[in-house]
Each structure stands twice: as C-alpha cells, then as structure tokens.
Design a protein around this ligand. Structure first.
Ligand SMILES: Nc1ncnc2c1ncn2[C@@H]1O[C@H](COP(=O)(O)OP(=O)(O)O)[C@@H](O)[C@H]1O
Ligand SMILES: [Mg+2]
Length: 253
C-alpha cells in the first residue's frame, strides 16, 4: 500500500563542495505524479541540487534531509538511489570510450520480454538508430547527446527523473523531438498504468516547457528556492523582465 504523498521532499538542505556552500537551507516538495520545472540564473545551484539528490560523491550534505517516497535517503549511495527509481539526464555527460550505446541499453532492458525489439523501437523514437554502435556520447553534437540521455531514461522508465537543461544546444527543429521524448517519459506506461511518472526539469528556456504539462515552477537563487508558483506566470515574468527582475523580487520578499 502506498503510504506517501510526495515523491520527493528536500528539507532545509545545505550542501558544500570544494569548500564552497552550494545549497543554502533549500526546501523543495514534489508530490507524486507531478513534474516540476527548476529555473534560475547560471551559478544559482540547479545542477548541484540535481547531483546531490542523485547522490554524487563530492557534494557534502552538512544539514537537512532528502526524502524519497517518504523515506530518508540522505545517507544512501548513488546505486541505492538508482535502484529505488531515481535517474538523471546530465547536461554534459562523459564519453564512455569502448562502451556502445547498444550495450548500455541492452543492459537496462535485460529483464524485458523482448529487449532487442524494444531497443530498436526506442532508438527509432529518439531518432538514434545510427548511434547504437558508437561509444556512448563519442563525438555527438549537443542535440544528439540530449537525445542519447533521454533514450537511456526512456529505457529505464524511472519513477523519478531529473534532467539538466535538456533543451540547451538543441536547435529549433529538434526541440519538438526532445519535447516529445520528455512527454513520453512522463506519460503513463504499460508497467504503471494510469500513473504519471514524476520529475524535475532544469531549464533556462521556457520554450521546452510549452511542449508538455508542468505542474509547478521554482526559481533558484543563491543556492535556495526563492520563488515557486504557476509555471506560466513565472515564465511570463522571466521572459518579460529577465532573471534580474526575478532576483530583485526575491530580494524584496
Ligand atoms: N564541485 C564544486 N566545487 C566548487 N564549486 C562548485 C562545484 N560545483 C559547482 N560549484 C559552484 O557552485 C555554484 C553553483 O553551480 P551549479 O550548481 O552548476 O549552478 P547552475 O547549474 O545553476 O548553473 C557555481 O558558482 C559553481 O561554480
Ligand atoms: Mg547547471
């Protein structure tokens, strides 16, 4: 029986890396089944938040908790968090020389009924058939890297996905494709019928958020969430007045 309301709850989180305070008493709640957007100026701490929730070493939690499905996972390592259904698409993932994208996907899909068939279908959806036998991310353009990351997320179909600027470096024509893949990721699937997967999408650019339903947007400022609310209103304010005005408004609160 499900005993939680929120898929993610970050409470009073303070994080340091390299002797620097990156997150400062940050609070964030994402109810189960909701997809939220995380906006904010460069250097405000968006990537650090995602990496800390995923459990990357190098980000030291000095205060606060991360709860996933109501369970405190603050001390869990990255593998445990992945097994619980948390996954990310990085903005600039590393190249993995000698490991084919096909091998990674087949490993992810190893427990499916027909992994080969499913792999081909997913690769077609992401327009990535031509990249399956190349090393992961080797020589890929910005847009291709985003599609490769999303393809792996789609294969995993995680309960909670975070993606770091899936629209950066993506040209206008490919934006619709990337938007479609994200939409698919958050649509109810065969395994969890009538249930929307949850997520957090980090972006600078409101365009991608027009392509699917976002439940709430948050603006990060100096390592914490400065403002949360209706995505359309927040995006409209940012597009009209820029982040500078957003930051001034947060400062006045
Ligand atoms: N490992 C690290 N060591 C020291 N400083 C870091 C580290 N990672 C990020 N930072 C700094 O933390 C701040 C927030 O970075 P980041 O989370 O990447 O912001 P954003 O994704 O919003 O652009 C930046 O000033 C960045 O230089
Ligand atoms: Mg970033």
């Amino acid at each position: 029986m499900k005993s939680y309301i929120n898929i993610l709850e970050v409470r009073d989180l303070c994080v340091q890396a390299g002797g620097k305070n990156l997150l400062d008493h940050l609070n964030l709640t994402i109810p189960d089944g909701e997809v939220h957007a995380l906006l904010g100026q460069n250097g405000s701490g968006k990537t650090s938040l995602m990496m800390t929730i995923m459990g990357f070493s190098g980000y030291t939690v000095t205060q606060g908790q991360i709860l996933y499905k109501g369970q405190d996972i603050t001390e869990f390592d990255i593998c445990e968090r992945a097994r619980l259904g948390i996954a990310i698409a990085q903005q600039r993932p590393s190249t993995i020389d000698g490991v084919k994208l096909r091998s990674v996907l087949l490993y992810i899909l190893r427990n499916e009924e027909n992994p080969e068939e499913r792999l081909v279908k997913l690769a077609q959806t992401a327009n990535m058939e031509g990249f399956l036998d190349r090393s992961v991310n080797d020589g890929l353009s910005g847009g291709e890297i985003k599609r490769a990351e999303l393809l792996q997320l789609l294969a995993m179909s995680p309960v909670f996905s975070m993606m770091d600027e899936p629209d950066s470096g993506v040209d206008i024509e490919s934006l619709a494709l990337v938007g479609g893949l994200i939409n698919k990721l958050f649509s109810p699937d065969e395994k969890r019928k009538a249930k929307r997967n949850s997520g957090l999408i980090i972006t600078h650019n409101g365009k991608i958020l027009e392509l699917f339903n976002i439940d709430k947007a948050h603006v990060m400022h100096n390592g914490s969430i400065g403002c949360s609310g209706n995505p359309a209103i927040i995006l409209d304010t940012i597009s009209k007045y820029g982040y500078e005005e957003c930051v001034r408004c947060i400062g006045r609160q």
